[in-house]
Design a protein around this ligand. Structure first.
Ligand code: DAH
Length: 353
């Protein structure tokens, strides 16, 4: 084929390929085929020297024209494809700003934790520190060091969850087993006195476990806030003043508070504290079993025997202790008829707080 026809062919075919190229990559392959180092047009330009002298200017001129035409076609197609690719990318990443937003559900603190925090805040605001104690406890801290006799009913299998004996064997036989789930937070008193020197002003919130069947007023797992004060010259008057202050802060200044004599092995004298019923304001109703009062906590002056177990000199120091049921306080605060509502996880109930 004459070189001039060859050039015509290259031009026609290349322009067709350029306009049908669907991507920048494809377009670049077309360019390399024609204008690359071994491209068809490059080959012709390289072989110009072997042409007859009269052919040279004609073929040379035509070859340059073809090159320019192809180059500008490549450039135009390049721009068009680039734009199309950008459009496609924008389209693929487009946000539909008319879509309604996705609602994020924000969690919140459980009611029990909220109340626990409020209770701790009342005590920290008058100088107490907050401590933590183990939920898996030994018989010694839960009972013995708290002056609880060997034959006390609370130590029985019917009341206490025993975990395993000290050799790690599962055991349900009392006597062989002295690792247990604490039945009260009072053991934290002993840990604290073992580790700190008086003056001690502390509260310790946490879970406790008892072998109770859940009913409106009992849960097999619940929370207590233990309190302990050890200092020189502490009296029952300090205990009364502190707990009256706490009850008014948490339940409101209009609630009445009364102290009833009671017995606990680890305090002497001991008392239970009642608050006037928030539903009937002391008139008597179903909520307070028609007494006008609701029991909220146990308290007393630390028994000197507990001081001895814990390494505190009972000649030098006196102190008081108290234990408050946190679920009880929550129930009183919100007049809840059934403690089980606190642990059932029903969001229709929990979302109200
Ligand atoms: N631990 C007692 C209970 O679970 C409550 C209690 C009573 C705690 C008197 C005390 C206290 O610290 O002094 O019923």
């Amino acid at each position: 084929m004459a070189v001039i026809d060859e050039l015509q062919d290259i031009e026609t075919q290349t322009l067709a390929k350029v306009s049908s190229a669907q991507s920048l990559k494809e377009l670049d392959e077309v360019r390399v085929d024609v204008l690359g180092r071994k491209g068809s047009l490059t080959n012709i330009l390289k072989s110009m020297s072997s042409l007859a002298p009269e052919e040279k200017p004609i073929i040379g001129k035509r070859a340059n024209e073809v090159r320019k035409t192809i180059e500008s076609a490549l450039e135009a197609r390049h721009e068009a494809l680039e734009e199309a690719e950008l459009d496609a990318q924008i389209e693929a990443q487009a946000l539909d700003i008319t879509l309604p937003g996705r609602h994020k559900v924000v969690g919140s603190q459980h009611l029990i934790s909220q109340i626990e925090e409020q209770m701790c805040d009342i005590f920290t605001s008058i100088g107490y520190k907050v401590y933590d104690g183990p939920q898996v406890e030994t018989d010694y801290y839960n009972f013995t060091a708290l002056n609880t006799p060997e034959d006390h009913p609370a130590r029985g299998m019917a009341d206490t969850f025993y975990v395993h004996d000290l050799s790690g064997e599962q055991s349900r036989v009392k006597g062989e087993s002295d690792v247990l789930l604490r039945t009260q937070t009072s053991g934290v008193q002993v840990h604290t006195m073992e580790n700190l020197k008086p003056p001690i002003y502390m509260v310790a919130p946490g879970r406790v476990y008892r072998r109770d069947v859940a009913d409106p007023t009992h849960l097999p797992m619940f929370n207590q806030l233990e309190g302990l004060v050890v200092d020189e010259g502490i009296t029952f008057g300090d205990l009364k003043g502190t707990l009256e202050y706490f009850c008014k802060e948490i339940f409101g200044a209009d609630r009445k508070v009364r102290f009833r004599p009671h017995f606990f092995p680890f305090t002497e004298p001991s008392a239970e504290v009642d608050v006037s019923c928030g539903v009937c304001h002391g008139e008597g109703c179903r909520f307070c079993s028609h007494t006008g009062w609701i029991e909220v906590l146990g308290a007393g002056m630390v028994d000197p025997k507990v001081f001895e177990f814990s390494g505190i000199d009972p000649e030098k120091y006196t102190g008081f202790a108290f234990g408050i049921g946190i679920e009880r306080v929550a129930a009183l605060h919100y007049n809840l008829p059934d403690l089980r509502m606190l642990v059932e996880g029903d969001m229709r109930f929990l979302n109200q707080f």
